[in-house]
Ligand binder design. Structure first.
Ligand code: NIG
Ligand code: FE
Length: 416
């Protein structure tokens, strides 16, 4: 039997919506709607009511579990719209290489990077990958994530990519987290296709995509559109093959160079374009005319020591911004969304309210989940968390490295 939960005495209920929005952009991102001294009711995994304590009346509720928030705050769970959290092994040897002076691109050129992860994945079974990824999901659950997108892209062969996607499908079926799968067969060019790149792209289109369709293995299609990886033309070709079987593009662009990836994303109605560390004015102007969600990954900049995306310029130009972790073994070995909030405030100069909007409502949009996730609204999935005793919203990004979350509720059930 599904439980009924009433949370009472909430010091502040954050990101409440009475009229549903799809996303918030520009100056609106500074506003974070909330109710002070609030209650929230959940039934059958869904939010069925909320309001001010002063107006709370319980009439015919039986079997009600009452949680006294006792002056703590309630937030909708974070949506992490960009991760690579299925992987075979960590890569701290590259971390040490970077400390000793190599760059991410130099490490990749000598066979490290994504190709290193692909080699390690070959020898792992589906069960091993599943069990390791499961532990990562448990970890991100405790730091407030309620929905997560997971990419393939460390297979880079028909068997490897399908193995990863089948693992993600199992995680989807068994986890309390809401999961979306993104097919990233075009993450790097495998070494044996260096001289005949189009043969690998043919493999993606003719061998991988048909199985993905028949086994229903993905929601999205991704390409790493970047110098030394995939050109905009190659990106376009892969995206169109994905679109033909019903996948929506969500792509990696402008991490190191601006080569037209954003324009390919816009042309193919991408849900999001992600990274954006290097942006030309034209890229911003083109995004303004589109519905594509710019998604920034500050922990990747932090970890690699690369420039931070120009978040302020994007928001001040009227764009929406979403934030994600990029959890992966090479450029971001962390799925910690509160740390993303801290980095966004400190390095992007986003206000705490903007950062919360970017990790909830806008992040839900970037995962195609804005009807069910990303805010406290009647009828939405009851994915939320109760904080520890904190003084304000800003305390979460301010107290970086501290976990301010006490109780996690997923699908209306206490999950920690
Ligand atoms: O988003 N940029 C491409 N892909 C990942 C990194 C993958 C890796 O180094 O393993 C990213 O940063
Ligand atoms: Fe990524």
């Amino acid at each position: 039997m599904m439980s009924k939960i009433l949370i009472k005495n909430i010091k502040e209920l954050i990101q409440v919506e009475t009229e549903l929005k799809t996303k918030v952009a520009g100056i609106e991102m500074k506003t974070l709607p909330s109710i002070k001294d609030a209650w929230l009711a959940i039934e059958d995994g869904v939010i069925i009511g909320f309001g001010e304590m002063i107006d709370l009346e319980i009439t015919d509720w039986v079997g009600l579990e009452i949680l006294d928030a006792d002056g703590k705050m309630v937030f909708p769970s974070f949506c992490d719209s960009h991760t690579h959290l299925v992987y075979a092994a960590s890569r701290e040897e590259e971390f040490v290489d970077r400390i000793n002076g190599l760059t991410y691109e130099e490490i990749a050129k000598k066979g490290g990077g994504i190709l290193n992860s692909a080699k390690k994945l070959q020898n792992k079974s589906e069960d091993e990958l599943f069990n390791d990824a499961w532990k990562r999901l448990e970890e991100i659950k405790r730091t407030g994530t309620g929905a997560v997108e997971i990419k393939s892209g460390y297979g880079l062969s028909v068997e490897g990519e399908l193995k990863m996607l089948r693992v993600i499908k199992r995680l989807k079926a068994e986890s309390e987290l809401t999961i979306k799968a993104n097919f990233l067969g075009a993450h790097a060019i495998p070494t044996k296709y260096k001289e005949n790149r189009s043969d690998y792209i043919d493999l993606i289109i003719n061998e991988m995509i048909p199985v993905i369709e028949s086994e229903d293995l993905a929601d999205y299609i991704d390409v790493f559109c970047e110098t030394n990886y995939y050109t905009p033309e190659e990106t376009d070709r892969v995206l169109q093959a994905g679109i033909a079987i019903g996948l929506t593009p969500k792509i990696h662009v402008n991490q190191f160079t601006s080569i037209g990836g954003i324009q390919v994303g816009i042309k193919n109605n991408a849900l999001s374009v992600d990274h954006l560390e290097v942006m030309e004015e034209q890229d911003i102007q083109d995004l303004i005319k589109s519905d594509v969600m710019p998604t920034l990954l500050p922990s990747c900049s932090f970890f690699l020591g690369i420039p931070y995306a120009p978040a302020r310029r994007l928001i001040d130009s009227g764009l929406p911004v979403s934030l994600a972790t990029d959890f992966n073994p090479g450029s971001t070995p962390s799925g910690n969304m509160p740390f993303v909030l801290s980095l966004a405030c400190i390095n992007y100069k986003m206000t705490p309210e903007e950062a919360i909007n970017a990790t909830t409502i806008n992040a839900a949009y970037a995962m195609g989940l804005n009807k069910t996730h990303g805010s406290i609204a009647i009828g939405k999935t009851a994915n939320l968390f109760i904080t520890k005793e904190i003084s304000s919203v800003a305390f979460i990004p301010y107290s970086f490295g501290t976990n301010c979350i006490e109780t996690v509720i997923l699908n209306g059930e206490i999950a920690n």
